[in-house]
Structure formats: C-alpha cells, structure tokens
Design a protein around this ligand. Sequence first.
Ligand code: AFP
Length: 288
Amino acid sequence: MQKNTDPKLSELILFFGEHGKTIKSGFLKSQDKAGTRNIYGEEQMALDKWADDVLINGLRKTRLVRYIATEEQPGIIEIDNPKNQFGVVIDPLDGSSLIDVNLAVGTIIGIYPGNVLNKGENMIAALYILYGPLTTLTLSTGNGVCDFVMDEKGEFNLTAQDIKIPDAKIYAPGALRRDYLPAHAKFIADLENDGYKLRFSGSFVADMHQILHKGGVFTYPGFKGKEKGKLRLLFEANPIGKIISDAGGAISNGKTNILAIQPRAIDDITPIYAGGKKEIRLIEKYMS
Ligand code: AFP
C-alpha cells in the first residue's frame, strides 16, 4: 500500500497471505500420499491437493480473479462473474515431497493483469509463502522485493524491503551429474573450481529464498533424456524469476531470459538457471 499498489491487487495479495495462514495450519492434518498423480505424472501428497482446494475454493468464493491455473489442475479455471480480470498461476505446495521429513516447502504465486498463458515479464506481482521454522511471505509488485514474517497472531509484518541479491559462492544444482549435458557440466565445474558451496534441498522455493538472501545460483538444467528440464515455466520459473530479477538477479533457460518466453501450454517445462547476473552470464556464454 505504501508503494501505491492498485487496491484491487493489494486485496488479492492479502487474500494469499490469509490463505497461506490456513495452509500453514494444515501441516498437522496429514503427511500422507494422496494416491493420485498430477499432470506431470508426479505422486500427489494429500496436502498438495488440499492446499490446491483451499486456494481455488477461496478464489471462487471471493471472485477476486478471472483465471486460475495451478500445478495440480489439468486446465485453466475461469471464474463466473469475476470482480477483477486478474489471472493467477499457483504452485500450491512446492517441494511437497519434503513434507514428511519436515523441510521447508512453499506456495508460489504469479499474478497477471488477465490471461495466464502469458510471458513472465507481463506479471504485475509475484509472491511466495515459505513454511519453514518461520512462515515468511516474499513479494514483488515491481517496486522492490519485500519480506514479511508471520507473527504469533498470524499477521505478516514487514521485515525487509528493496532486497537485492548479494554476491556469494553458493550453488544449488538439480539433476544427476552423470546426466549433465556438456555446457552445463563445464558451468558446474567452473563453479566448483571457484569454491562454490553446495546447498540443494529439493524444494525450489526454499533454495531460491536462500539464493535471494545469500547469493549464488540455483539450477535445474536440461539433462540427458530430459533436455527440457523438470521445473514448470508457469508455476515455478516465472514467479520466482520475477522476484529474483526485481532483486537485481536474473533467470535463464541457459540461452535466454525465461521471463521473455511465450508459453505454449500451462504444463510447459524449462531448464532453469536463477540467481546472480554473473552466474547467468557464465552459463549463457557456455550455451551460446
Ligand atoms: P515437488 O513439489 O513434487 O516436491 O517437486 C519439487 C520440485 O519441483 C522443485 O521444488 C525441486 O527443486 C525439484 O522438484 C527437485 O527435484 P529432484 O527431486 O529431482 O531433485
């Protein structure tokens, strides 16, 4: 609000803060598998589906958006008689395979003025809620990246603003080393020779929160047998890409800025390199 955000957008961001609180309270409910698979063939946790329902039902009830796409749904949902034209892309629980071992997981959200099958650079806001020892909300509306921490009353208090990614030697490399493609192998070898320290948890949102605050680079590359990578363009790459770019970093598929890519379908996947500009320049040099 201090940054003169459109009040309708503020209301939507507050909706996600409120519902993040509900999702946080759900971790005591169930750590079970749902017995079903999502559109990527991945096993769904009961909490994945529950968090998805919480957000979709809340958005249906409030009619704050027109379009909803989530990682757990096969198609775009259009709300009847919406109050606003916003479109939202949601990963309800990123890193959910870590729920049963109590590592940090999160909800990732991107907000568009309308259609969600849109370039990341057209997002008007992106945020994620990280459920770790603390519950935090990290937000960018393009006017500086802010962190909020949830207090004992369940309210989010501003703890940092205009966050900028520092320069540091941390790397979070996804995929198996034996499957690395040549340019990626060279990139990783360079980082290791330069003394980069490995930090990879299996939760993109948690790993990126570390990179945002401590610096370095996250990568889930294309690899042998899966040259297009694993992570989702709409639900993971673009919202986090906006936040890291607004914090002075960058996101690339190794060749080009991911935020400039026009998605073809909601389940598009992409290789990801996200973090400091220096590291992104290096992989783009090796891949060109
Ligand atoms: P889940 O949400 O299904 O746990 O997937 C998490 C994720 O998409 C991303 O958050 C991680 O960086 C990546 O997968 C981890 O993948 P690996 O298990 O192949 O390391």
